[in-house]
Design a binder for this molecule. Sequence first.
Ligand SMILES: Cc1ncc(COP(=O)(O)O)c(C=O)c1O
Length: 411
Amino acid sequence: MGSREEMAALKDVLTSSKWGGQPFPGKHASSFAKKFAKTHTVKYAQCVNTGTVAIQAALKAVGVLPGDEVIAPAYTWEGTVGPVLLLGAVPVFVDVDPDTYCLDAKLIEKAITPKTKAILPVHLGMRFADMDEILRIAAKHNLKVIEDCAHAHGGMWKGKGAGSMGDLGAFSFQSSKLITCGEGGAVITNNLEYMEKVQSYINAGRASVTDQFHHRIIGFNYRLGEFQAAVLGPQLDRLSKQSKLRDKNMAYLEKRLKGTPGIGLLKPDPRITRLAPYGYVLKYYSEKVKDIPRAAFVAALQLEGIPCDGLFYEPVYKSSLFPVNPADFPALSWGREKPLDLRSMYSCPESEKAAYSEAVWFMHQMFLGSKKDVDAIADGIHKVLENIEEVRTLDHKAIRNQRLSRADRES
Ligand SMILES: Cc1ncc(COP(=O)(O)O)c(C=O)c1O
């Protein structure tokens, strides 16, 4: 729910008669972008209309061309890799690290080919991809790095902001995110030339604000409107306080869950100097819980009044939202007798385990309450585990839904 600050900002837009992203960038989009850049320790930020577009614009800025390959984690939202295909490039899926559920840096080099142009790590859930290793590999192979920070607003890795370490960072402000305006996104970078390309690309090809590099490219209208931009600033002001509270509450939940049979915690990483948890993610080991599948465990939690999700993401190559038709993406056929079949050519065991049996996601909003609220989550988990036999043969819509990916569930 919006606060007084959001109301005031919206009224300012309403009465200004400047509702769109033109003149570019709008007043609210521009002042928010400045603050957002500072929060993430970079020089430049640009608002755009979605997180998917933020990734697309970032890939465009580093010069990803049709036929180039871009390495991405298999376990993420489909919107991470959609932009790769939209630019005519080819996504190359790499498995995730079971300690973090983020792109496994140890597997990246095996996936590099002469066509590889960029690495697209995602700071997923409540962890960062190993940026030290990713930057080392990128430098060694002369690759660009775009950080998908859709889950990592305000997060810090060794004191550096999420999105500031690669060539560019891409954020989403879609409804479920740590900062939201319904639909929106932002691109950040320290590189003025990249920022100029982003600005031209998302502003119908017009010259960028600074235009020192004089790039002229075909662009599109991917601007953020001022109503959306207006509600972002007040949320950014609150973010640091909220992050501290979420961090404290999540640490308390871990204290309550540590050692619980059937429950595993993601490994802490001291290099994360500020947590930016889009979701609290834990591991459920059904083999230690009398082989009761995760769908039943998660549904039972939901019925106890604890919102959570199991099949939150799928390995993108298996998702029903990834019906890749090679006719739409000609680069999949270039130089080959048969087009690459992105849906059948991958097997990423850690991503499949996380997606189909292990990961349990709790949304960030649940950690803005009191210690008592966290106790309710921990008590609910313990109660369900103690009574898990009761769901073994239960047939309930919540369980049936949990067996389906989010796109396919009954409402
Ligand atoms: C990891 C990840 N990447 C990219 C996106 C795309 O963002 P949007 O939905 O704003 O286009 C999202 C969010 O939905 C996401 O969670």
